[in-house]
Unconditional design. Structure first.
Length: 118
C-alpha cells in the first residue's frame, strides 16, 4: 500500500528550468532564492527539483520550463528535503497557476523525452 496523494502521474525527466522562490512572510512576498536547475520529474500537477538553497515553508515558486518554447507556472512548495551525503537537496512543487495549454504541452514534452528506468 502507498501513501501517494498525487492526482497525476510523474515522468522522470530533466527539463532545464529557471526558478524564483518566494517566502511568504507577514502577508508579503520576498525573494528567497533564484537560479536555474533541471527537474528530477514532472507531471501535470507538479514537479520535483534539486535546489541547494534551504527553503522555508510555506513558500511559493515561479517556474519557467525551458522546453522548445517556454512553459510558465506558479507553484506552492509542498516539501523541502535538505539532502544527506550523495542524496541532493530537493523540493516538491504543486502547480497552482498554469494554463491548460501549458499543462498539456508539459505532459507531451515529458512523455516524448522521458528517461528510461535505471
Amino acid at each position: 500500500m502507498t501513501n501517494e496523494k498525487r492526482l497525476y502521474t510523474r515522468v522522470r525527466i530533466k527539463i532545464p528550468v529557471n526558478y524564483r522562490v518566494w517566502d511568504l512572510e507577514e502577508g508579503t512576498m520576498k525573494t528567497h532564492a533564484q537560479g536555474r536547475t533541471s527537474t528530477l520529474d514532472v507531471g501535470q500537477g507538479g514537479a520535483r527539483l534539486p535546489i541547494r538553497t534551504p527553503t522555508k515553508l510555506p513558500g511559493a515558486i515561479e517556474l519557467e520550463f525551458l522546453a522548445p518554447s517556454p512553459i510558465r507556472a506558479t507553484g506552492r512548495i509542498r516539501w523541502f528535503h535538505p539532502g544527506h551525503g550523495e542524496d541532493p537537496p530537493r523540493l516538491g512543487v504543486e502547480f497552482i497557476e498554469i494554463t491548460n495549454e501549458d499543462r498539456h504541452r508539459l505532459l507531451l514534452f515529458g512523455l516524448k523525452h522521458k528517461q528510461k528506468p535505471a
